[in-house]
Write a protein that binds this ligand. Sequence first.
Ligand code: GTP
Ligand code: MG
Length: 658
Amino acid sequence: METTEFNDGPVANVRKTRPPDFDMTIAFVGNPSVGKSAFFSRLTGVGVVVANYPGTTVELTHGSVNVGSKKLDVVDLPGIYSLGASTEDEKVSKRYLLREYPDAIINVVDATRLERNLFLTLQLLEFNIPMVVALNQMDAAKEMGIEIDIEKLSEILGVPVVPTIATKGFGLEGAVFAAIDEKLSIEGRHRVHYDNHILRAIEKLDEDFPEIGYGIKVRALERDEEFVKLSCRPHDADLLLITSESITDDIEKAHGMSISDTIVRDLYGEAGYIVDSVTTQVEHKVTFKERIDSVLTSEYVGITGLVAALLLTFFVVFTVGGFLEEGIVSLFETFLISPAESLLASSHPVIRNVIIYSLLGVEAGFAIAIPYIAVFYVILSLFEDSGYLTRASFLLDNWTHKVGLHGRAIIPLILGMGCNVPAIMSTRTLNTVREKRIASVLIALTPCSARTVIIIGLVGTFVGYWAAISIYVLELVIIFATGWVLGKGLPGERTGLIMEMAPLRKPDRRATFQKTWLRVREFMYVAFPLLVAGSALLGLIDSLGVLDVFQNAVEPVSVGLLGLPAFAATALIFGILRKEMALQILAVLAGTANFALVLTPLQMYSFAVITTIYIPCVATIAILKNELGWKDTTLISLFTITLAFTIGALINMIGMNL
Ligand SMILES: Nc1nc2c(ncn2[C@@H]2O[C@H](COP(=O)(O)OP(=O)(O)OP(=O)(O)O)[C@@H](O)[C@H]2O)c(=O)[nH]1
Ligand SMILES: [Mg+2]
């Protein structure tokens, strides 16, 4: 990265970075769930997850695009409600804006929630970064009967305002052209009419710190130490904070309320005033959608609906995934495995083993994992994009409080049913470290799509649908009990539920398939090389007789305690690499995907329960270490191993006596 000292940035003397070979950096800034990522991926073609709940993006992503003669570095940021951002993902945005500030920002604003969005816009206008407002979701605003006078809004704010529909690509080029226009100036912008005392305080600070920007002084008066320290040299930051502290005391005494309350009140007042003067609400009847919404969020119908939705999800994964699996297995068997076996019949056993095991690995990857995972992700996308996730959070808020979390944490937990890794990353949107720790432990216990492959592909298919469902119920009980203990035991702050409800929307077919493809592709990139290499290695060590030595050594536990066949121990070891590999390797070792031939129903049930619980997979361990550190990660791993083996032994004992 090219790094240059700038002295005339939005803030005093910060370092500016821009990847080499780019003419400009443009960042998308705005409230959560307004359409920044939709805009970004439409513009750059870089696949980022777009979803209908606040806090989808938790990291910054760079993309590039050529517009006119310029090569642009474009940055997608996590959403923020204000510059006083507090959660970890929000801090990423704040830090980026202040330390590596872009050449221009496109402030994406949700036209259906203009007042709340303008709060941030007004704050952003106080910084000297060239800015364009993309008034997004114009289609939704129209549907709701909201009309906005765009010219007037642009005149009031003093920056270009471009109407857009990010999901359809409407207006995006216009917004980008406006942002890269050399004539785009930082002059003549709207200034908030703060209370006179505050304006006088800013004037006073202006005299003492003429080179420090307006917006930083407002933040200093709000005592946003973090912000000031990020934006100024350490010495300047300390002086500014001390000086503003002496002024704020006087103002607070005079007002009888904290200065940040006064500033927030003035910002909201101003946003409301602007919205009143630029919008008209056309007559709007209660729509069908709004009626559905009130049913979805009502207590009893809502919860029943949620349980039904989950049962239906697994039923669809079970039937559609099972159907696809059967077809793919028979294709592979007929056209690949059988011909290869007859072709290699006379070759050296080691070579034959390595090749056949690798082919079985590929078959297992395509047939056992992809069908279930793809179907599950299609359904998860529908949950995400319809706006149902935020409703589930609302419905389960009471329950999550019992485990020391607020309803907001339901979103990471449900995402965990897809893959634990992004789910644990999304705990960055939670407010406290305590919640983050509890949620991460619970996510590590949540059956992800890879574990669903085992539960449904093995138990669902060969034992029965309700037996598979009973494993989810068991998991739920374990998750709830663990959460309850942690909620009681872990110290730390507790918070209430403050989360905005995502609008109910008809999910877009293209977007659903695109997102599913993005996730399945990611899965294939990581899983396939491991699976093929692992299977080939297995073929090699099996033909050398090493496998038997290992399996015999652990037999007292695998066979004696858990009642599994000896070769299941090897499968369990591979399952640490990736959970679904436990089942795939089991098929490779058994030489068949028809598990009924090699395992009893009890063995299948207990194998599925053990693989679901015992130790998170390596990718999850890595992300846990990243987010919580080694100590918590080791504790979680030890806890899950002990739990899995205890439950496995119990199932074996009870099952044998039935
Ligand atoms: N109707 C409509 N929906 C939109 C538009 N732009 C985005 N959306 C939808 O709004 C939701 C949020 O979009 P994202 O792009 O994920 O929002 P974001 O601003 O990146 O959100 P965070 O990452 O949480 O900060 C998704 O369901 C999008 O499909 C639009 O112009 N019209
Ligand atoms: Mg996003």
